[in-house]
Each structure stands twice: as C-alpha cells, then as structure tokens.
Design a protein around this ligand. Structure first.
Ligand SMILES: Cc1cc2nc3c(=O)[nH]c(=O)nc-3n(C[C@H](O)[C@H](O)[C@H](O)COP(=O)(O)OP(=O)(O)OC[C@H]3O[C@@H](n4cnc5c(N)ncnc54)[C@H](O)[C@@H]3O)c2cc1C
Ligand code: FES
Length: 290
C-alpha cells in the first residue's frame, strides 16, 4: 500500500523554530452560513505573501492569540495566490476566539502541511468532486485549481449537497457554475423550506442518477461527514471505481502538524504527514480511518 504521492506538495515555510508561526492579517471576513465564515488572510511580510505556495488539499496550523492552534484546510486555489482563504466552522475554544476577531486583526500561520491532492497524476483524467457540508473546505481549492487550468483535465463533474439552500457553503459560487458548459455542476438540498431552490431536491448520492461517469477514466475526490463517505463510497464502488482512484480528505485531532507528537496517527501513518489526502485503498488497509 502506498500513500498518496507527496511529490506535488509544498514544504512549510520555516522560521528557525518550526513551531513559530508567521504573522498574517485578516483582510476579509465573510459569513457564508451561520457559524461557517470565510476568513481571508494575507501574510504581513510582503515577500512571504507573494512567495507562499501550497497544493490543493494541504492545510495550515492557524493560531489565534491567547486561544491556541488548530489545523485548517486552505480553501483557496494556488492559482489565486497572495491570500489564503479559510472556511472555518465555529465549534469550540479556538474557533470561537477566531470568530471574536475583526478585519485587520492578526493571527499566526504555520505550513503548508500534508500531502495535498496528487495534481499531476490527475491531469488528463475526468474529475468527479463530491462534497457534503464542510467537505467543500478542502475540495474547493482543487475545484478552482482544475477550473483555472481547464485544458489540463477532461470532463469535470461536481456534486455538492447540503440540508437546505441556506446551509450550502459557497452557494453563490456553486450556483454560478451550474450554467457553465465546461463543467457539470449538480447541487442538491435535502429540503427547501424557502421554495426558491432551482436545483435538485434529493440526497447527495442521488445526484449520481443525473451524471454520466466513466469510472475507468475518472478520479473521484470526496469529502464530507461520515454519512457522505458511507453512501458516496458505496455508489463509487458500485460503479466500479478502482480503489486507488478514490481520494478522500480525512481529519484527525492534531497538535504539531509536522509528524512529531503522534496525535494524528492511524496505524503507522500520520495524518499530518501521509495525509490528509488518502485513497480509498489506504483507508481499507488502516484501522478506523473512516
Ligand atoms: C487536516 C485538517 C483540516 C481541517 N480543516 C478544517 C477546515 O477547513 N475548516 C474547519 O472548520 N475545520 C477544519 N478542521 C477541523 C478543525 O481543526 C477543528 O474544528 C478545530 O480544531 C476545533 O478547534 P476548537 O478549539 O475550536 O474546538 P475544540 O474546543 O477543540 O473542540 C470542539 C468540538 O469539536 C470537536 N473537534 C475538534 N477537532 C475536531 C476534528 N479535527 N474532527 C472532528 N471533531 C473535532 C471536539 O471533539 C469537540 O466536540 C480540520 C482538521 C484537520 C485535521
Ligand atoms: S499532529 Fe503531531 S504527528 Fe501529526
């Protein structure tokens, strides 16, 4: 079993001390959904702001002064550099402290960490994205990376699900993709209390009934809560997807982010080093990975 190829990921921008974060300014805070805000950061050091690079699927360790540090996926695409967009759900101590900050306040950033998606391996293939809930946070970087380099990929299909239209992260952006002719964008909500939703009203896996997918030439990138993995993986396997063409972004509790503390281990692998992007093949060979 081989972990996802790391050759396309970027190494962290190091200070003398690997735990020392770089200072970044919050330049924009956008409320997408209640308790799910999009934070745009820019490094205070202009040279670092211009030179920082990441691969889609990599994450940073974000520190909020006085509260602590948490791993957060980079939601922006490397094709749109100089700022980092982070989609953060408010759940506890650190994320609550982040939500108390305002535009122009300072935070700390270490990274980028993790393997990221194997972007070169994906070139020339069809791509299928399936995201539920906060799963859009890591997938959005790869989605825009592929759309900004459209000629490098064949067919692109995007499936995204949420409970209601008001719960759909990046809703305006996703709805704007529905009319594009070079991508099949299928959006589903479980229910539409507003009565205004003009896309699908069904569960996310039912979107497969509206898509034409050739498993032999497609890579699937999947991210969402456990229920999404359960039903999306079943549909992919029923279609005959090879297990090493199903890519997933997985989360584990992390402390150091650099393979030192062991907090994120699954079997002999560290999510912060060998992940967070794993193939389904990895997942079935490691205990309790999903
Ligand atoms: C590689 C990676 C990428 C991530 N990307 C994002 C992202 O883009 N956006 C985002 O909002 N969150 C992301 N997370 C999750 C995020 O790190 C946690 O929500 C955060 O650490 C919570 O910190 P807190 O101090 O606010 O909450 P805490 O006070 O530590 O915890 C509050 C509650 O959240 C639960 N919790 C905390 N961390 C996790 C976790 N990793 N998985 C499941 N439950 C958890 C706790 O059990 C507790 O119930 C990512 C995690 C990893 C490992
Ligand atoms: S978070 Fe410390 S080893 Fe992964």
């Amino acid at each position: 079993m081989l972990p996802v190829d790391r050759s396309t990921s970027y190494q962290p921008v190091l200070s003398v001390n690997p735990y020392q974060p770089h200072t970044a300014r919050i330049v924009r805070i956008y409320k997408m959904v209640e308790d799910n805000y999009l934070f745009t950061l820019r490094f205070v050091n202009e040279e670092l702001a211009r030179s920082f690079r990441h691969a889609p699927g990599q994450f940073i360790m974000l520190s909020v002064p006085g509260a602590g540090e948490v791993p957060i996926s980079i939601s922006s695409s490397p094709t749109r550099p100089e700022v980092l967009e982070l989609c953060v759900r408010r759940v506890g101590r650190v994320t609550n402290a982040l939500y108390r900050l305002k535009t122009n306040d300072l935070v700390g950033v270490r990274g980028p960490y993790g393997n990221g998606f194997p972007i070169h391996e994906l070139e020339g293939s069809d791509l299928l994205f399936a995201a539920g809930g906060l799963g859009m946070a890591p997938l959005r970087s790869l989605i825009w990376y592929a759309l900004d380099r459209r000629d490098k990929y064949n067919k692109i299909t995007l499936m995204c699900g949420a409970r209601t239209p008001m719960d759909m992260l990046f809703r305006e952006e996703l709805v704007s993709l529905v009319d594009r002719t070079d991508v099949t964008c299928l959006l589903a909500v479980d229910a539409d209390p507003t009565g205004t939703w003009q896309n699908h009203i069904c569960l996310l896996p039912s979107l497969f009934d509206h898509a034409e997918i050739d498993p032999g030439r497609t890579y699937a990138a999947v991210c969402g809560p456990p229920v999404v993995y359960k039903y999306i993986l079943k549909r992919l396997l029923d279609l005959g997807f090879p297990k090493d063409r199903i890519l997933m972004s997985l989360e584990r509790r992390m402390k150091c982010g650099i393979g030192k503390c062991g907090h994120c281990s699954i079997g002999y692998m560290y999510t912060c080093l060998h992940g967070p992007i794993f193939t389904y093949w990895d997942a079935i060979n490691l205990p309790e990975m999903i």
